[in-house]
Design a protein around this ligand. Structure first.
Ligand code: BES
Ligand code: MN
Ligand code: ZN
Length: 464
């Protein structure tokens, strides 16, 4: 994985003296003097997201104005990092309680997926941050987020089950976690029948696997947090093959796994007071003579049988086994991330991931954390009456809900609920993990969603 240069500089670093100011300008602000005249001449009125570079008498760039419109949205600073010319800058006008978030936004806005292109020659913009900002922590969180985006952006050919395993091993090693992987036919012996069924059609080098990571395992005095992520490295839909448009971006179907691993990395790096187990089923939903079929009835780790109505509803099958494994460990808290349904996007669009949980305290903590760190999520109901849509005549459950229920993201969450741990609380996030439109600071491609909210919730509950 590529590693970008840190974009934050401390106030006492050598370069800090040369930093040029970026002034945040509200829509109603009056600017006077030379800069005011320059702004007027350029039609700059503090419009949200507008950047104006201001020259000195020699024609060099002396400072920049960045419009914030009617109200300051700290994440809007992602656009700044993307658009500022190279060199060293400092921000003027950030509210004191948002300086860390501003630095983070700047880091997140500096991400570019450059694994397959020649490195740019333009030096990146770098930001001098006030002493009060905990740069190392900010950079660490940004790195965890970038790791997620790199994993999602990397094409399926180079981000197969093995590459996910390799990254998981690197993350484990970095923080002294234990890791074990069960692969291929061994999944049957180890009782992961659904993971095996979904992944068995792939070529041998891309065999399905179950990745399990433990951190602080012997610290039974600490609460156990389970992180689970859907790792479908490419979702063709299986024999219920997706049409071209629907398949186009399915390299991102391991976004949940990337989020679980990125969040785990962050929890471990921050040394939160928890025991951690990370469960990532990594499979390719491929087409071959050995593919699972519509009408097949799968067994699952928990012993519930599942009638396959549609091989494209594969994420819930591998998560069923992973959640059942989590349940055996009796966690105090379980979080899962999954690019589970297209219906979630119909409900809330690409930028607002649905959150499902029946635990009121967890919902409140997650939503409060989400607001604090500007990482949006929206609670949706585990609407029990729709559970009937998952009834099968020939098995305990079906994997594609009956059409009458319509609410596909809700019924997918209800499916998972059958397997989720009943000790402690469980929350499921149906993420998109993708920016469908590119704009400065939010390049088209992989996106990290709900991870920072979840980390903030964990950090608040279990400070290290
Ligand atoms: N990975 C997809 C869901 C998805 C599609 C997420 C597009 C983000 C963007 C999932 O495996 C899937 O195919 N779900 C089906 C379920 C249906 C067959 C019951 C869906 O949402 O259409
Ligand atoms: Mn699918
Ligand atoms: Zn899928």
């Amino acid at each position: 994985m590529s590693r970008r240069l840190p974009v934050l500089l401390s106030a006492d670093s050598e370069e800090a003296g040369a930093a040029r100011p970026v002034r945040l300008i509200a829509g109603d602000a009056a600017l006077d003097g030379r800069v005011g005249a320059w702004a007027t001449a350029n039609g700059f009125k503090g419009q949200k997201g507008r950047l104006l570079l201001c020259p000195d008498e020699e024609g060099q760039i002396a400072e920049a104005l960045f419009g914030i419109g009617k109200s300051f949205d700290v994440m809007g600073l992602r656009a700044l990092a993307d658009r500022l010319p190279g060199g060293v800058w400092r921000l003027e006008g950030v509210p004191a309680d948002q300086r860390d978030l501003a630095a983070l936004a700047f880091c997140l806005g500096s991400y570019a997926f450059d694994r397959y292109t020649k490195p740019g020659t333009e030096p990146p913009a770098r930001l001098v941050v006030p002493d009060a900002v905990e740069s190392a922590r900010v950079l660490d969180l940004a790195r965890s987020c970038d790791l997620v985006r790199e994993m999602v952006d990397t094409p399926a050919a180079d981000m197969g089950p093995l590459q996910i395993e390799t990254l998981a091993r690197e993350i484990a090693e970095e923080s002294g976690a234990e890791i074990s992987v069960i692969e291929g036919e061994a999944l049957l012996e180890a009782n992961y029948p659904a993971v095996h069924a979904v992944g068995r059609a792939a070529v041998a080098a891309r065999a399905p696997r179950m990745i399990e990571m433990h951190w602080n395992r012997s610290r039974t005095d600490l609460p156990l947090v389970a992180l689970v992520g859907k790792g479908v490295v490419f979702d063709t839909g299986g024999l219920n093959l997706k049409a071209g448009a629907g398949m186009r971006n399915m390299k991102k179907d391991m976004g949940g796994a990337a989020h679980a691993l990125g969040l785990a990395r962050q929890v471990m790096r921050a040394g939160l007071a928890v025991r951690l187990v990370v469960l990532v089923p990594a499979v390719e939903n491929a087409v071959s003579g050995d593919a699972f079929r519509p009408g097949d009835i799968l067994n699952s780790r928990k012993g519930l049988t599942i009638e396959i109505g549609n091989t494209d509803a594969e994420g819930r099958l591998i998560l069923a086994d992973a959640l059942a494994r989590a349940a055996e460990l009796e966690p105090d808290l379980t979080l899962d991330f999954a690019t589970l349904t297209g219906a979630a996007r119909v409900a809330l669009g690409p930028d607002l991931p649905p959150l499902y949980t029946d635990d009121e305290a967890l919902a409140a903590d997650l939503l409060a954390a989400s607001a604090r760190v500007h990482d949006p999520i929206w609670r949706m109901p585990l609407w029990a009456p729709y559970a009937d849509a998952l009834d099968s005549d020939v098995a305990d459950l079906r994997n594609d809900s009956a059409p009458w229920a319509q609410a596909g993201s809700v019924t997918a969450a209800l499916f998972l609920k059958n397997f989720a741990p009943e000790t402690g609380a469980w929350a499921h996030m149906d993420i998109f993990a993708w920016n469908p439109r590119g704009r400065p600071g939010w390049p088209q491609g992989g996106e990290v969603q709900a991870l920072r909210a979840a980390f903030e919730m964990l950090r608040t509950r279990y400070p290290g």
